[in-house]
Write a protein that binds this ligand. Sequence first.
Ligand SMILES: [Zn+2]
Length: 449
Amino acid sequence: MTFSTITQYLLKIGRKIRLAAQVYVCLAALFISVLSSMPASAQNSLTAMRLGNVDIDGQMALRLVVETAVPQQAKMLLLSDPWRLVLDYEDMEWAVAGLPSSGQLSYLPAVGYRFGHPKPGSGRLVIELARPASPERAFTLPPKDNGHRLVIDLMDRGEISFKLAQKALANGAFEAVSGTSIQNSVPAVVPVPAKQASPSTSPNNAAASSRPVTLGVPQSRPKRWVVAIDAGHGGKDPGAIGKRGTHEKKITLAAAKQLAAHLNATGKIKAKLVRSGDRYLKLRQRIQVARDMGADAFISLHADSAQRSSARGISVFSLSDKASDKEAAYLAARENKADLIGGPDLGAEDPLAANALLGMFQRETMNESAHLARAILNEIKGFPGGDKRGHRFAGFAVLKSPDVPSVLVEMGFLSNVDDEKNLNSSRYRDKLTKQIAKALVVWLERSGR
Ligand SMILES: [Zn+2]
């Protein structure tokens, strides 16, 4: 049996058991080698590397399995120009029997690999990619035949997704979500071999031909965090209309300006308004504006209305696939309708919608958003509903930024006479936005952004 017949055979088996989802690990492929090697001088050795295909939600992903003699944390990075997946280890030796430390791969999107030592006491595996494939998931498996396996599934979801994944890895999203032993701390400058070393080149020579490549990650924290404040509705979309005729869009803009003033006064935050006038913006545009601003957080301000005029109080929302309660689901559906007011969208496919599928990266942003929502609730306990309505979840379209933690504050009900009166009071809004500003500072300082 040749390698290619083994591969085809495994692929066939793979198709059969694809329904068994994650059970078939390392199903197909390019059996490079599984043999452990001679004792190396380094503390750890990379003993096997395998590639295969795996089905994720009906789409074919590339699976990379790396085995090491001793369990060890790897730092995962994505680099571009050309696209590469990088695994950095400490004190690792290449010890895959019968396989040189670099070579070509014909397992798209993987086209090549190389192993080297960018600095003494290190070990770096680089997988070259023909397309911007990024990790969908990664996990470790219990040791088998003394090999400690790290499994990474990569999928090409386009360049924007790749960049987001790159950034998420740099921010340590991977560790938090995967729950594996992978840790991500990204060096500002990552040396990689300038060109593929020939198979006979020793790892040290590969390192010698290194050149620095700068990642698209800020090298130092900006002096001031950027918070995007989104005043809900605007222009031809008035939002909810109060008992006494108050337009939600006016309240939200007034509150947004007050919140901006409080944030700027801290000296730690640069507040930027998504809309500063009576202007209609689609929800997707609001997300885009915030991302273009390089926002560290996005806060959307609204004022609710309900059929029951007794309903009142503040709610803080973050994104979720499932709404926390019926009312939240209904509210999100209502707020999302703001997009319909502008007429049908004839634009091309929504890139953000595709990116929303970014699984673990989106989930990490959702986790951060939930923390931010709780930080706000902590500061507004003294306001009507602040201690009751609490943190809720729903599928608000405006909160779907894949990489900017986002929350939505319903500051009260315009359908309630007392809330409407409060929200029309500049003094009340000032007190409320001051507390929200306080929460943002607390959260930003804690988040380590
Ligand atoms: Zn609204």
